[in-house]
Design a protein around this ligand. Sequence first.
Ligand code: GLN
Length: 488
Amino acid sequence: MSSETKPTQTYVEKPKSLVELRAGITSGAVKAADLAAGYYDRIAAVNPHLNVYLSLTKERAMEQAAHVDAAAAKGDPLGPLAGIPVGIKDVLVMKDAPSTAGSKILEGYRPPYDATSVARLEAAGAVLLGKVNCDEFAMGSSNENSAYGAVRNPVDTERVPGGSSGGSAAAVAANLAVATLGTDTGGSIRQPASFCGVVGVLPTYGRVSRYGLIAFASSLDRVGPFAANVRDAATLLGIVAGHDPKDATSSPAPVPDYAAESDKPVEGLRIGIPAEYFGEGLDPEVRAAVERGIEDLKSAGCSVKPVSLPHTRYAIPTYYLVATAEASANLARFDGVRYGYRSPASESLAAMYRHSRDEAFGAEVKRRILLGTYALSAGYYDAYYLKAQQVRRLLAEEFLRAFADVDAIVTPTAPMPAFKLDEKTGDPLAMYLADIYTVTASLAGICGVNVPCGTTAAGLPVGMQVLAAHLNEGTAFRVARAVEAAQG
Ligand code: GLN
């Protein structure tokens, strides 16, 4: 199919909003058990075409739904997510449920505890449907690095959903969940949200606990929500955000009412546009859609001015040094002894380590371990890892300077719409360049939101990235809300 023709078959379906669903559950008009059963029926019908869910946690989900229905029948107060069906990226652990991180090396691993973000969703009443697909250890931009097969984009099944949280984005786009959790290290929430036409949130580093997240690059990893609209995403962030004694890097800052923040008008907000994000390599249709979104913000009363982020050009090499260095250390724990896969026949302990890792890690994961180990090795540490950390600091300072003049910065989320399956698998560099607009915020620790801002002529979604300063998620939601409202 050429990029000019519209796909013949799509699985796109918009989930009902949280407000609407919750009202039904509170009044008793909707039973949480029926809602969950309906989602499992849709998953049974649609999942074979999209490969979104890797495993279902039906028993736990139906127990929670029954609990919500019993509380509703008694008139007991219900949590803010009472009865809402959600999906969880398979890098976040759930007690006694398969948690593979998209890797063969974690096949059969059943963790003895819940990630904090997962536990908080459930405590708010959410019904956890199951675990969704992702790139192996969240390394990738297309979901094609999953050991369990690629996810297909619900908009056009010949295209990728983006990555690494491809399952999380596709689940919401295809209404296989009302909302999902994903993770973002260099763009893995924002970019798939953009490819699938849904809202995805990169919270400030430390805003959401990483406890129970299978680590990729610990100084960059963030947990955040996907939803079909900005307000629902804001509500979800409010539930998972906040200090966690089990994650020393989680912020003690109080958690605002993000949904209420997102309701505020944008009139008078100052929006920065960095020229560095609108240059060579940007697809013209993506540019046009984002520029229309910027016009919509002007119409809503925002002022727009240029900002300068010149170190952006160093962001990809900097990110791929820091991320691979941390990954090489984090992935040392997968040794065939403590978790998951062990190579069956080995003559010695050292050979068992070697064979287990060789047989069960995918090619991209091995590439990253090699790159990262090299960057950290004696003699190269100063030239690569240390230098990357210095550039990272400059990038962060540059954002801070920009945010002295503007309330939010707006860019395309990705340089292109969803590409075809297999289009970039043979060229890791081309794949890494899909992250060119997202890795800067990851390195700087600031927050952002992907909001859909139109489609290409072929009907592929385009996403706008709205960035805001540390702990300023409320502002990013307000701006994203205005863009969404203009879409109608
Ligand atoms: N695509 C980027 C990578 O492969 C980002 C992944 C992520 O954010 N987890 O590293």
